[in-house]
Design a protein around this ligand. Structure first.
Ligand SMILES: *Cc1c(COP(=O)(O)O)cnc(C)c1O
Length: 574
């Protein structure tokens, strides 16, 4: 009997049930083992039934069948691409494409010297300066003329000079030693406080600074996971809009969180909140909305997401990385602000527990600056890393990095103080006016509006548009604009391009409209010519068309993956 793990009373009951009045201990052990097996089996089945139930509820019957179909198709394509003849051909094409990319990105020629080892004796200051001038002048897409979407969030020459001064003064500073650099600690805390106030955090609000939007998002997801873990959730799941930033997917990958992406249906292109609700289950650790998202510049229905978050007691992160100081100041600048009638999109919504804000975007701080805000300290504490037993001493750090650049914090603080609320309202006005001007042109210009349409109803700084009637491939437009020196973003599903307006691009908006009209005319002509010649396909397509049009249409993304890997390798070719 001693070997049994069941209580005596239960053993007797079981014994009685199976018809024995008096049983030997050997009998009972066998019985217990059987019972244990059955219990384990039932638990196993229950677990899978539960999983299947939640998956079915989330994706629906047709969605589940579709998922199955997609996996099957992917599998078959994978087999196809690995067939001997096909594989060689694919590898050859990929190598060619990467070689082409290298030739474009890695500058070479007689006037380029490569430095692959340390100079024996250090260069003179003058020598280094001269070389830096050369590097800055390498041929590049002209952001200075406002031809680059997003990318350069520039606050003016004077601000750049001030930032450089701040760097100079705090070059060695490191907030990991607050006693050595008390000024940096003060500035960092004040940056968080100022941004918190912009997003209507109350007196209990908290936050951290990070190295950029991606780290802010990683930390928000990590904190939500750690919080859930403390509550006993072992298999965390997250629900994000399809249009949420890739950093959320990265976070799920890094921190082993199951990801559910919810569609953002036409015509609004906002996340389908009813569908978000269907994905919620006891393992859900975080809901996400963007204000606005990167692809289309659309603000998700934050008030409805907040209601869901409150009802189910799940944290809600609002990604204002891009919107940053523009979305926060729309109202003060006299523009419509998202969901103002329903209480806004920030901490005024009771369900919002964290917000990411990139000071290095419309805050015009030097690159490498972002802020992650929390409703209160009880959410923030879960992102801290604390290790009391380290041989190097008790270790505690707020975010991913250990040592951090005090110079960047000083640069950020200097920017916020120098531009000030009125300065940001002025830049918001300039940027939004340009975005609306461009949007209006796409909607009303006789040539553009005939062939292009704006995606959704953007109210912030990004305007995305796509081909309307299929007469023109939007990726050809992207390539034509590139040839004219523009660097807009190509988007997929649906195929489109966008422009994120900044101070430099705002000044070039008329040129953009003119160039867009011109390339549309050119593409129409080409289409006419193809029709006359009876060709249905296009030869010699540009880079964007090649990546999204051809490679993108193959369900197996391993080719795109290889190209992307080649691209990343290229970044480190000295
Ligand atoms: C830029 C951006 C981020 C974060 O990007 P980083 O490049 O890491 O700063 C996150 N979300 C949105 C919507 C963005 O536009």
């Amino acid at each position: 009997m001693k070997s049994s793990i069941l209580p005596i009373a239960l053993q007797n009951k079981l014994a009685g049930y199976s018809g024995y009045s008096r049983v030997s201990s050997a009998h009972l052990s066998a019985l217990n083992l059987d019972l244990l097996k059955n219990i384990l089996f039932i638990l196993f089945i229950l677990r899978y039934t539960r999983k299947t139930f939640y998956s079915l509820r989330g994706y629906g019957i047709f969605g589940s069948i579709r998922n199955l179909y997609i996996s099957l198709r992917l599998f078959c394509y994978g087999l196809f691409l690995r067939m001997p003849g096909v594989r060689g051909q694919v590898d050859k094409q990929v190598t060619e494409a990467i070689t082409k990319l290298e030739a474009k990105l890695v500058k070479s020629g007689p006037d380029v010297t490569r430095y692959l080892t340390l100079p024996k004796d250090g260069w003179s200051t003058e020598q280094v300066r001269a070389e830096l001038d050369k590097l800055a002048a390498l041929e590049h897409t002209r952001w200075e003329d406002g031809r680059v979407s997003g990318a350069v969030y520039h606050g003016g020459e004077d601000l750049l000079k001030l930032q450089a001064e701040a760097f100079g003064q705090f070059g060695v500073a490191n907030p990991i030693h607050p006693d050595v650099f008390p000024g940096v600690r003060k500035m960092e805390a004040e940056v968080v406080a100022m941004v918190l106030a912009l997003f209507n955090g109350d007196s209990g609000g908290a936050g951290v600074t990070t190295s950029g939007g991606t780290e802010s998002i990683l930390m928000a997801c990590f904190a939500a996971r750690q919080r859930a873990r403390a509550l006993g959730i072992k298999k965390p799941e997250m629900i994000i809009p399809d249009t949420a930033h890739a950093a959320f997917i990265k976070a799920c990958d890094y921190f082993k969180i199951t990801l559910h992406r919810v569609e953002c249906p036409e015509p609004e292109f906002k996340v389908n909140v009813a569908h978000v609700r269907r994905f919620i289950n006891p393992n859900t650790i975080l809901l996400v909305g963007s204000a606005p998202n990167f692809p289309h510049g659309i603000v998700d229905d934050i008030p409805s997401l907040s209601k869901l978050a409150v009802y189910h007691d799940i944290p809600l992160h609002v990604d204002c990385c891009l919107g940053s100081f523009v979305v926060a100041l729309l109202k003060k600048a006299g523009f419509p602000s998202p969901y103002e009638e329903q209480g806004g999109f920030d901490f005024r919504q009771p369900g919002v527990t964290s917000i990411s804000v990139d000071t290095h975007k419309y805050g015009f701080a030097p690159k490498g600056n972002s802020v992650l805000l929390y409703r209160n300290e009880s959410y923030r504490k879960h992102q801290y890393f604390i290790y009391p037993d380290w041989s190097g001493g008790v270790y505690a750090s707020p975010s991913i990095a250990g040592s951090r650049p005090g110079a960047l914090i000083a640069g950020c603080w200097a920017s916020l103080m120098n531009v000030g609320e009125n300065g940001y309202i002025k830049s918001c006005t300039e940027i939004i006016n340009a975005a609306r001007k461009f949007e209006t042109a796409v909607r009303t210009d006789p040539t553009i509006s005939l062939h292009m349409e704006v995606i959704g109803n953007p109210i912030v700084s990004v305007v995305a548009f796509r081909s309307k009637n299929g007469a023109i491939d939007i990726y050809d437009i992207a390539d034509d604009l590139s040839a004219k020196g523009w660097h807009l973003n190509a988007l997929q599903s649906p195929p489109a391009i966008h422009c994120a307006f900044t101070i430099p691009t705002a000044k070039a908006v008329d040129q953009l409209v003119a160039d867009l009209t011109e390339v549309i005319g050119k593409e129409l002509e080409k289409a006419e010519q193809r029709k006359r010649e009876g060709k249905s396909y296009v030869l010699n397509r540009g880079d964007t068309s090649a990546l999204y049009g051809v490679a993108g249409s193959i369900p197996d993304k391993s080719i795109v993956g290889k190209l992307a890997e080649g691209f990343l390798n290229t970044l480190y070719k000295a």
